[in-house]
Design a binder for this molecule. Sequence first.
Ligand code: SF4
Length: 426
Amino acid sequence: MPSRSDDGVPRCLLCSMDCPIGAQDDGLGHVSTVFPAELGFDQGACVRGLTAAWVLQAPDRLLVGRMGEEEGAADAVLRDVVRAASRYGGSQTAVLVDVSRPIEGVLATAALCREGGVRLAVWAPPADLPLVKAGLTACPPFGEIADCDLVLAVGDPFSTHPVVAASVRDMQFGARGRRLVSVDTAVGRTGRAADERVAVGPMKLAGFVAALAVECGAQAVASALGGRSGREICAALDIPFERVAGLAARLKGTDKVGVILSNSLGRYSAPTAVAAAVKELSAALGARLWPLLIATNSALLPRLRRRFGATDTEDLIRAAEGGELKVLCVIGCDPSSVLPQRLWRPLVEKPELVFWAGSLRCAFGDAADAVVPLTLPWQEEGTVLSSSGEPARFVAWLPKEPTVLTVSELMMRAAVHGGAGPVRAC
Ligand code: SF4
């Protein structure tokens, strides 16, 4: 087990829940997940978290760098990349960094970009962007779900964030009459566990939630829709109004309402409208709202935009397609695992030099000109933004391999090779 620092515990960083979790090595190279109670492992973990230890030994794990066809040590590759990139101006260069890496590494990257006049873009799961846009970046403590009399789940939180299910089940079984109501486009895990299900077509969910918000007294939604009533919204979208009216009456008649919003990409259309309507619905009801971001640190996006002028992947794709980008450095994320080929291919094919730093081999890394191995996020220590929006420290589960770098180390060495001073994030 890793030793505990004064202010940090090991955490699973595979989603925004940042569950305390740990791993142990049996000395023969077998790593397994553990949950020592004294470190606060009280909420368990989901299957994804349990498999995180396995990734350490995955056959695709990257432990050595590459420049062209030649393998090389991370630092030597980095030196060659910095030298090659220096032939281009800062404005022709861009860095895309994964927001879910420790804040220290993300800020070091942003600071170095600012110093070199390099365009900075931040990678976050596309499903998080609508929630961030609606300002839904922090949750109340999850334990408070158990105090609600009725929980309205929009989307399928039991699938996207399985550990939330424990608090919802505590709510359902805590007292007679408590209800979980699922509003979703298909019957998922949440729907199967719900006391009541409302199935809405994927194209109609935004309309359903907007009508519900209006019927619950959300003035902002009503004004945004030209003063239409819930009945009129339903009529325009061919949604049975009785379902909206019945649910609105129950929500208004319940003392403590909780709302959970999960956005898994592709589950419904117009997610930005859904997020905005759910926000207003919760405010009108005086309900507590748990918006579930997919990635840890996605809540940092607005601050990175404000403070460092960071843009997003879409902006980079446009710049690459337009021939503006000559050098692209992608750090910690794998666009090829999330974006369709037509979107990620220009990123790796259009610039003259593409550098990728990552932990596991992928199609994007294989197509890049230069590659440097990075730690897995749970092999380093640092800070993340917890689901409550507060910084939370974490320590490594296991030591990193000597050949791989953290994002902070990568930035420090890039600064040295580029002749810059020490990287200051603040
Ligand atoms: S819910 Fe998220 S943070 Fe918790 S164990 Fe699962 S993947 Fe990891």
